[in-house]
Design a protein around this ligand. Structure first.
Ligand SMILES: [Zn+2]
Length: 81
């Protein structure tokens, strides 16, 4: 894999700095498209995806990680332990 992007570097720093209070959640989700099968009855949701929720400057910021991102970040986390 190539060099980490700027976003990945920031994520890595945040992860290492906040190891003790990471808000990582695996869950199924809907996207915004109301024509998608995730809005049908019964719903077929997408995922599971890893949602990373953190608080930044008193705002809650939520990101969704792909499995590829997750495995990359996981190795950083393991190294930081
Ligand atoms: Zn959908």
């Amino acid at each position: 894999m190539g060099d980490p992007t700027e976003e990945e570097i920031v994520a890595q720093r945040l992860l290492v700095a906040r190891l003790g209070r990471l808000g990582l959640v695996r869950r199924y989700t809907r996207w915004g498209n109301h024509n998608c099968h995730c809005y049908s009855e019964p719903p077929e949701l997408h995922g599971p995806y890893t949602h990373w929720t953190r608080t930044e400057a008193n705002k809650t910021v939520s990101r969704i990680w792909s499995d590829e991102q997750l495995s990359r970040y996981q190795s950083w986390l393991d190294n930081a332990r």
